[in-house]
Design a protein around this ligand. Structure first.
Ligand SMILES: [Zn+2]
Length: 227
């Protein structure tokens, strides 16, 4: 049998758990009293699950983690955008090439460029989300939505949220993905204005307003592993 490499973390917990991470490492968490032999036999018992999980992560393309420097490619609206310095050559920008125009980055540090990049990105993303929010509200006019407004925030675990008072927040990073995926999130949050829970009624609204939403949700999930 193929042996699985793993790191062992002993703690006060009561049961053994196996964690397979996206970087294809395996961590076993176990109670302090457990012997190495017990850990190995538990791993063997779960071997097919662990191997399947490892395979799943290895087939995923490596995440695109761009740096903050001139010429680097970042995604916006599903398209690669190149960071360009606009300081002395505004007229030299090739208009066919999607770009992120930033000022004075030649002598700037990566942190400084990141700050300027964030400002540009946030502004563009907010304008985009507001435009899509307004567009979809118009499409849903026959459903008499309660009022809503858009905010933007860096969020780790979700793409969007909606409060009962109509405050819709989008994750800044959502702007990286294709419009179809962004729209799926926008419509999702707008449907929450009609139905707060993820119940049958909610998904009926989703399918009525944006029939392709399921495929785009899935596409967004897949792309989020890539960039
Ligand atoms: Zn929801």
């Amino acid at each position: 049998m193929k042996s699985i490499e793993y790191s062992l973390v002993l703690s006060k917990r009561k049961t053994i758990a196996i964690i397979v991470k996206p970087d294809q490492t395996v961590e076993v968490r176990a109670p302090k009293r457990v012997s190495k032999k017990e850990v190995e036999s538990f791993l063997q018992l779960k071997q097919s699950w662990v191997l399947a999980k490892l395979g799943e992560f290895s087939s995923r393309p490596e995440a695109h983690e761009p740096k903050y420097q001139e010429g680097e490619t970042h995604y916006f609206l599903g398209e690669p955008h190149c960071i360009v310095d606009t300081t002395d050559a505004l007229q030299n920008i090739d208009t066919d090439q999607a770009s992120i125009p930033l000022r004075s980055i030649k002598d700037a540090t990566s942190d400084q460029i990141e700050k300027r990049f964030d400002r540009w990105y946030r502004k563009e993303a907010l304008a985009l989300f507001i435009e899509r929010h307004d567009y979809w509200r118009e499409q849903m006019a026959h459903l008499s939505l309660p009022d809503s407004y858009v905010t933007i925030r860096k969020m780790k675990r979700r793409w969007g949220s909606c409060t009962s008072r109509g405050k819709i927040t989008f994750s800044t990073a959502l702007a990286k993905y294709p419009l179809t995926c962004i729209d799926a999130v926008v419509v999702h949050e707008l449907c929450h204005l009609l139905e707060f829970s993820h119940n049958q009624r909610f998904y009926q609204f989703m399918s009525h307003v944006y029939p392709g939403w399921k495929a785009y949700d899935k596409q967004l999930q897949t792309l989020s592993w890539q960039y």
